[in-house]
Ligand binder design. Structure first.
Ligand code: PAF
Length: 277
C-alpha cells in the first residue's frame, strides 16, 4: 500500500492509476466507522484512497487541534489489513506552504454553515470545504465517501460539489455505533471512563425523540431532553429537529426530518444525529 506524503506524490500516483477511484478523507485515529466507509468505497470503486490529515484550518482558537488523537502507525496497519489501495498523509507545509492564515478558502453558504456546529465553531466549515476541495483537486476521485455522523458536513460538501459543478459523486456511509449506542468517533478515546459511561445517553435521547408520534411538536420534548442531559453533566450546544435537505428548523415530528445534537463532556465535544423513520 503506497503511502503518499505530498501533493506531487499523490498527483504522480494518480496519473498511473486506471479504473475508478473513491476517496475517503479522514483525520486518522481510525475506528470501525472509518473502516465501514472504506468498505463502502471498495464496493463502489476499483481503488480506494484514504487521506489522513488533521486539518488545522477547521479548528478554531481554543479547540482541540493539539489534543486531537493521532495514531498514524496503527492507522496504516489497519488500512493495509483492509485492502486500502493507497494512503495520502501530507504534512501542514505540504498542504499550506504559505501557512494556514494565508490560505485561500472556500466559504460555504451561511444558511448551511452558520447554524448548528457552525454557530459554535465559526470558520469550521470553511476549513472543511477548503481541505475537501483541495483533496478532490489532487486525487481526482470518481466518488467521495463521507460519514453520516457529520451530517452537516455531508450536506455542505454536497452543496459545494453541486455549486462548483464538480462531477465527483458523493456517498454517505451510515453512522456506526458501539453496542451501547454511542456513535463511533475518534474523539471518544478522549473520554474518561466515567464520561464514557454517560456518553451513550446522547444516542438514547435521540432515539427517544425519533419515536415521538408523527405530527407532535418538537420544542417541548427537545427542551426536556436538553435538561436531562444537562442534569447528567453534559453541556448541550444544540439539540434540534431539522429538515435533512435544507437543514432548516422543523416544528413538528415528521418522517425524514432529523434530530441533530452536539454536547460536551468536559472538553470533549460529541455530535450525533438520527433521522425519523
Ligand atoms: O470528517 C472529518 O474527519 C473531516 O472533517 C474531513 C472530512 C476529513 C476534513 O478534514
Amino acid at each position: 500500500m503506497p503511502i503518499l506524503r505530498n501533493p506531487e506524490g499523490l498527483r504522480s500516483w494518480r496519473q498511473r492509476q486506471r479504473g475508478s477511484l473513491a476517496l475517503v478523507p479522514t483525520m486518522g485515529h481510525l475506528h470501525a466507522g472509518h473502516i465501514s466507509l472504506l468498505r463502502l468505497a471498495q464496493a463502489r470503486a476499483e481503488q480506494v484512497l484514504v487521506s489522513i490529515y488533521v486539518n488545522p484550518l477547521q479548528f478554531g482558537p481554543g479547540e482541540d487541534f493539539a489534543a486531537y488523537p493521532r495514531s498514524l502507525e496503527s492507522d496504516l496497519q489497519q488500512l493495509a489489513g483492509h485492502g486500502c489501495t493507497a494512503v495520502f498523509v501530507p504534512g501542514d507545509e505540504d498542504l499550506y506552504p504559505r501557512g494556514a492564515t494565508e490560505q485561500t478558502r472556500i466559504v460555504p453558504p451561511e444558511r448551511l454553515s452558520n447554524i448548528l456546529c457552525g454557530a459554535q465553531r465559526p470558520g469550521h466549515f470553511a476549513g472543511v470545504a477548503t481541505i475537501v476541495l483541495k483533496l478532490l483537486h489532487l486525487a481526482q476521485p470518481d466518488i467521495l465517501v463521507l460519514g453520516e455522523k457529520d451530517f452537516q458536513q455531508y450536506r455542505i460538501v454536497g452543496q459545494m460539489l453541486d455549486d462548483l459543478n464538480l462531477s465527483t459523486q458523493l456517498l454517505c456511509g451510515p453512522t456506526q455505533r458501539d453496542e451501547d449506542g454511542l456513535a463511533l468517533s475518534s474523539r471518544n478515546s478522549r473520554l474518561t471512563s466515567a464520561q464514557r459511561v454517560l456518553a451513550p445517553r446522547l444516542a438514547a435521547e435521540l432515539r427517544q425523540l425519533c419515536q415521538l408520534p408523527i405530527g407532535s411538536p418538537a420544542q417541548a420534548p427537545a427542551q426536556a431532553a436538553r435538561e436531562r442531559l444537562q442534569a447528567a453533566g453534559f453541556r448541550v450546544d444544540y439539540l434540534e429537529l431539522r429538515d435533512s435537505e435544507s437543514l432548516e428548523p422543523i416544528a413538528e415530528s415528521r418522517p425524514g426530518a432529523r434530530w441533530l445534537l452536539a454536547a460536551r463532556l468536559g472538553d470533549v465535544r460529541l455530535i450525533d444525529n438520527m433521522v425519523i423513520p
